[in-house]
Design a binder for this molecule. Sequence first.
Ligand code: GLU
Length: 468
Amino acid sequence: MNDSTLKTRFAPSPTGHIHLGNARTALFNALLARKNAGVFLLRIEDTDRERSQDSLMRDLLDDLRWLGLDWQEGPETGGDHGPYLQSARDEVYRRYYQVLESQDRVYPCFCSPTELALSRKAQLAAGRPPRYPGACAHLSETERALRRERGIQPTLRFRVPTGRDVVFDDLVRGPQRHASDDIGDFIIRRADGSAQFFFTNAVDDALMGVTHVLRGEDHLTNTPRQLLLLEALGLKAPCYGHISLLLGADGSPLSKRHGSRSVRQLREAGYLPDALNNYLARLGHTYAQDAWMDREELAAHFAIDRLNRAPARYDEAQLLHWQSETVARTPVDRLWDWLGEAVRQAVPEQVQGEFLEAVRPNVRFPEDARDWAARLFSDVLPLDEEARALTTAAGAAFFAHALAAYERHGASYKALVDDLKQRSGAKGKALFMPLRAALTGMTHGPELAHILSLVPPALVRQRLQACC
Ligand code: GLU
């Protein structure tokens, strides 16, 4: 990596399984790095030891790899800026607390949660935005010692400079300006000694050489704080871009209530990684073309100036669309793996190739293929209501002709259809639909020519006979 290499990162906290919003953030960062021949770094923000679980972290790494979002630096991959788990970086944070302490940029705060809550309430009641009133900002050493003697464990607060405008150019939202006087001194180390997000996140981005951060707009108000911290530490800040939130159809932040599932749940339900990637890459980012793209193409056409400020809405129908598009493009071997052993077992070996070709356009999930395998190859065929009505309307004579035509031509589709047309007088839909209904029990599905050649002859006869 040289000085001009672009480096992005994904910095999840392993407190739950990765959801679509986070997966999109990871994807955007990975695509931006790929597009610029840069580095995509993964850092695990597990400072909240109570909520972070090792098993969740393993699942997270696994889900990211499943999506194809491999990181060039991070846990298990390694790199020059590790450790990549914040829980292993206490030593680093200690060093940087000391830098701030030595410059009087921080102070211990002994205020209790009750005191802070009261002050907050009073400020809100007075119509002011709540911020730390500075009670501990100028305590003398004696006052601090007294409080320590009483056994109070202090937090560490960053002294926000007064009267400053913090300005930065957001990669997505353009120029931003925040008055430092609105911020209030904030905690960078908790009373139990654990490091706080603002601090660890900013310090690590700088130390790990991250140049570009795309993250959710819920972090937009954190950025001025982090810029002030980095400035005080003399560390280089990355460029930040805050992407719009993902919303449900009703306009509230996307959650389980909207049917949104974790990446793991979607994977277990049979979604393919490139379906998610094609879908997520278009949520809050526009591509010039609507066509399905592989990961290289998604990266090649990804552009920061194509990220939108407007919130993106989750739409399951769109996700399903990309799932079908992905199934259509999945190589045969991969498709069999995905469909699973049960489907493979249900399809006679000599027709497996044709089966896939026939049902692929009708399959979105492995269970669809299981259903088709059962329909085409098992002795019992339930007819749905529509199919039953169609076969009844076509009448016994039509199926007697069909059976005779099958005896003469077998699965030679064109010959059979021509013959049946001539003898029954039926044509078009009136010919194809009853045949399809009798042979598959349904009124839609794979092409009839495929059905005729896939269904074993004994079953074709049995099914036509049943309608005579
Ligand atoms: N751990 C933070 C989160 O998951 C990272 C935020 C960021 O991307 O800076 O929200």
